[in-house]
Write a protein that binds this ligand. Structure first.
Ligand code: ADP
Ligand code: MG
Length: 275
């Protein structure tokens, strides 16, 4: 099915080839080409509204393309955790019951999945009583129940504090090592991502840059997008954590490099204008 050339590393699990997505007249994703290979951890970073969630959904075939194509390896098993999956907070539901929605799983399979993500004790607890970190792990356990080749996680550490976030990324790395699954995730938290990813894709309606964390963090496009100027890695760390992570969205950065609300059809080059 994949029409991408084999570059010697076997067929990609998933690939986009000049993919575009439009909503109404607005081009939200422009000319996206990327691939995720087996057992890779790839992280997409970008400001709010830069099309990260849309890109995941396009890769999963949920959101149709206006142009280009997406290919998935035949038979690819994907575990997807959408952004801010809303549990009706007042609705009573144990973690174990949550794991069996919508597909029923045995108690032993559920228990094993919870153990695998480090929260064996929460099976009979109410979802509403879980800490942010436990909650995210239960979401991950649910995705793991499908025995995925590829985990797709949309801002899985949203709402976690920094140690919680670091622990979550360590878990992701363990899972990749143990199961060999690849991971494609979205984050707008930068510094942990940098150490926890094999490759980083910097998105702002188009791919600004992609590569190893080191290459991306030094790329002028990346640094401009995140308002990093010419400062070094320490500044990156400080920059990221001079705000709190308790709110859901809308990071209150002191800079304003969000994408223009409507991307004028950017031609040829990476046309973001961060003056
Ligand atoms: P991110 O995940 O990077 O914050 P999104 O992918 O959620 O960004 O959104 C990218 C842009 O596409 C935003 O301007 C958003 O309003 C718009 N958008 C997302 N989904 C839809 C939709 N279903 N219909 C119309 N516009 C959408
Ligand atoms: Mg999003």
């Amino acid at each position: 099915m994949s029409r991408l050339p084999d570059r010697g590393r076997g067929m990609s699990l998933i690939a986009a080839d000049h993919a575009c997505v439009r909503f109404g007249g607005t081009e939200v994703l422009h000319d996206i080409s990327l691939r995720v290979d087996a057992a890779e951890i790839v992280t997409i970073v970008g400001p709010n509204g830069s099309g990260k969630s849309t890109l995941l959904r396009a890769l999963l075939g949920i959101t149709p393309l206006a142009a280009g194509r997406v290919s998935r390896r035949p038979g690819l098993q994907i575990g997807y955790v959408p952004q801010r999956l809303q549990i009706d907070r007042p609705l009573p539901m144990t973690a174990r019951r949550f794991l069996s929605l919508p597909v029923r799983h045995s108690a032993s399979a559920s228990a094993a999945a919870l153990a695998r993500v480090g929260v064996p004790e929460v099976a009979e607890r109410q979802m509403t009583d879980l800490s942010g970190g436990q909650f995210q792990r239960v979401l991950l356990a649910r995705a793991l129940l499908t025995e995925p080749d590829l985990l797709v996680l949309d801002e899985p550490t949203q709402g976690l504090d920094q140690p919680g976030e670091a622990a979550f990324y360590r878990l992701i790395d363990e899972l990749r090592r143990d199961t060999g699954c690849a991971v494609l995730m979205v984050s707008h938290d930068l510094h942990v991502v940098m150490s926890a990813s094999d490759r980083v894709i910097c998105l702002n309606g188009h791919i600004c840059c992609q590569g190893t964390p080191r290459v991306v963090s030094n790329a002028p496009e990346y640094r401009a997008l995140f308002g990093l100027g010419t400062q070094g890695a320490l500044a990156l760390y400080q920059h990221v954590h001079d705000h709190d992570h308790t709110h859901d969205h809308g990071h209150d950065h002191s800079h304003d490099h969000g994408p223009a609300p409507d991307h004028p059809k950017s031609d040829a080059h990476h046309g973001h204008d961060h003056a």
